[in-house]
Design a binder for this molecule. Sequence first.
Ligand code: SF4
Ligand code: ZN
Length: 708
Amino acid sequence: MSVLTDLIYGGSNAVAGLTEGAVNDAIAKYGADHPIAFPDTAYYFPTIYAATGVKVKTLGDLSACVGVLKSLITNQEDLGQALNAGLATAVGAEIIEGLKYAEGGNPYENDSGIGFVPDPIIRSLGVPLVTGDIPGVAVVLGKAENAEDVAKVVKDYQSKGIMTFMVGDVIEQCAEAGVKMGLEFRVIPLGHDVTSVIHVVTVAVRAALIFGNVQPGDLAGLLDYTKNRVPAFVNTFGAIDAVVVSAGAGAIALGFPVVVDIDLGENQVPGALESVCDHNETVKKSLELRNIKIKVTELPIPVAFAAAFEGEIIRKADMHNEMWSSKNPTAELVVMRDLAEVEDHKITIIGPDLDAEKDLALATYVEVAGKKMQVDFEAVIERKFHAWFNYMEGVMHTGQRNQVRVRVSNAAFEAGLRLKDFAEVLYVMIMDEFDAVVDKCQITLITDAAEAEKFRDEIAMPRYAQRDDRLASMTDEAVDRYYTCILCQSFAPAHCCVVTPERLGLCGAVSWLDAKATNELDPNGPCQPILKKGLIDERTGRYEEVNRMINEATHGAVENVTLYSILEDPMTSCGCFECICGIEAVSSGVIVVNREYKGMTPAGMTFGELASCTGGGVQTPGFMGHGRHFIASKKFLYAEGGIARIVWMPKELKDDVAERLNKTAKELYGIENFTDMIADETVTCDAEELMTWLTEKGHPVLNLDPLM
Ligand code: SF4
Ligand code: ZN
């Protein structure tokens, strides 16, 4: 047997032994009926569930799994067989990690890592992954000989937007070297034990179930999905023992190449297991192996610029400047001009710079011109300011329009960051991302309070008002085309959103205007126009042309889709939806649940459980993923009676949409404060109690026909 297969089997057998022992001990301690589950997931023990279809619910269920695990370890020389043994190690790791949760509570409380990654986080990663905002996923594990080596590699991934999961001593090594960690920084410490690497594996596995419509038990389909659609790879640091090698074999079986920093000589497997001993080459080689291309935008500014800094928080103590609408006037505005009116790359600053005063006003005024520019794209560009400003290391941005807050850290200021850099960022990014419509761009930043106030009141506010009027008048009836969006097909190959003025994409990130702009920027890209032809049924929003386009876009996977019904050919979901609505049988209403809500619902299911009922581009009448903004639309569940069906929402979501939802209810039914009739978790999560409450409130759902 080769050294490599020897090591793999050695590791797999060791893990199998440990797993069996741990399961037996746990059963002896708690009993075979003791329930067991990872927190906040609808996919049981995800690896076991996806690979075999077995739903582990009790400790007793694990005994059979140990048998399956052992059967995967054949001890045969063949590399394919050895990779199966690697999968056995993954299953063993999942069981050992799962047992940590047997007592309830958070076993990772005192670990440097976070342990199991809940379903909603995976769903929230859908959009950044498909847009290439997160171009890949790195798994970094072990203990580097020199801490700086691993810190440098991880920082490099961070600057490229790669999501990094860490296991083992590398976590402390990176923390000590000042790597910023957390989901918002795209560097996630999983745990100290090597078995905690399973927590990133189950992310990939659940992606296949959530987005890919891979059926539980379809191991070949699962491996195909992870190999071709999850752009992950592994870097190990330091010496590797048999367990790490067999875990690595599991990664390779899933299609994730492994790069080690020790010399494996002839034991290397080209494309799957490679040695890179020079850490300056680790990142390059890893990206190459997964064919991940990084788009670099060169920016002439003194701080780093990367999506990984988007979630950075700057506390008061670290703050050098603040531009905040509560203290000083602020505004952000993009305006379309004639070509002759704009001087390209002209930057004007009116008022004091960051070194002159701590608290400043800030009007960010961008004038663009281009032969293909349209007024409708102004807001699309303007909305990107938020991300771009946040990408600067040491800059925090919240809000939009005239309600803005920008903080600049002491470190960024000391590095030399000044207002002209803000302007440069806007210029470079606009010319980069919107080059198909913007030919010229000039930028004016106003920090003089009186001037900024004048700009806000006389130029910006009237423009916002104009836009709002246009948006309000933009109904599905008022336009001649809708758009497809197939961005999510890289993860959900059978899914396509139909985006209309009143129904934005289910991720919440693509409005009709965005889709229109996307089509203009990239005519052969993910958003294609659907001309509004061939109306079949107005009530459900059924069009021949929509069907034809959806058929084409999904390669025949979806044949008929309606725009406004949850029961009759509802729109499909990829998995990254902001909210899910589902039928509540007792009241014949629907509940709407947002991804952030962790509790129970009157349907007897959590968000994660509801969400798992649909997805992967499959139509599931009775369940539908959608964007937050759609809830207050007159088209929401139009075919089933509209928003009058909504009987329950988590409080946070209800408060968020209340103003618009109440306005719609007033217009449609003449009901004041409709949201007062909608229950939430502070009222009840029980279906019978909900019914009593709805009756007390005289909720309009009681006058509608039963749904089924
Ligand atoms: Fe994905 Fe639909 Fe959003 Fe497009 S609109 S990014 S397909 S969820
Ligand atoms: Zn999606």
